[in-house]
Design a protein around this ligand. Structure first.
Ligand code: IMP
Ligand code: MG
Length: 173
């Protein structure tokens, strides 16, 4: 297993986080915003972006994942659900990466059953080429090519989440 050089540096990431947070702060000024992070992958992006958002917010988490290692199985499970009431709240879902779209679509539909006033999605990385299910994305950090990446919350086999940047991950041949 090898790590390539950073695809996105800490500096590039922090600049993007500021941009997204400024946009979110403008869009939600005067609203009752609940920001929900999807664990585990979004934890680092989430903690950076909520610190850069300048309007009052409520924070919660949902833990969801599809089963297998690098390939998406299509089966999604929610391990921990949101506890804050969402009815009549403006909700922003924050996730690390969208690939097939299956996970995010599942979580989105689950949140919608809680009757929020509005629901938007903020995604750190978009692997557009791989999309199988269409999911509306409102704030996108970076579009990336179809390569497996790790770091800044993203894992391979539960490792590399703590890297402060994003790197391409390749199996040695
Ligand atoms: P989807 O359901 O296919 O959109 O997959 C989304 C989930 O798969 C993400 O939340 C990640 O947990 C994982 N995933 C997809 N691509 C990558 C990657 O390149 N690196 C690390 N995890 C990934
Ligand atoms: Mg995830």
């Amino acid at each position: 297993m090898i790590l390539g050089k950073p695809l996105l540096t800490t500096q590039q990431i922090q600049k993007k986080v500021e941009e997204l947070a400024n946009k979110i702060s403008k869009d939600y000024s005067g609203k009752d915003l609940v920001v929900i992070g999807i664990l585990k992958g979004a934890f680092m992006f989430f903690s950076d972006i909520v610190r850069a958002i300048k309007v009052p917010i409520t924070i919660d988490f949902i833990m969801a994942s599809s089963y297998v290692k690098t390939e998406t199985s299509g089966e999604v499970k929610i391990y921990y659900d949101v506890r804050e009431p969402l009815s009549d709240k403006d909700v922003l879902l924050v996730d690390d990466i969208i690939d097939s779209g299956i996970t995010l679509n599942y979580v989105r539909e689950s949140i919608l059953t809680k009757n929020p006033k509005s629901l938007k999605i903020c995604i750190f990385l978009d692997k557009k080429e791989r999309r199988m299910v269409k999911v509306p994305l409102d704030y996108v950090g970076f579009e990336i090519p179809n390569e497996y990446v790790v770091g800044y919350g993203l894992d391979y086999d539960s490792k590399f989440r703590n890297l402060p940047y994003v790197s391409v991950f390749k199996k040695e041949t």
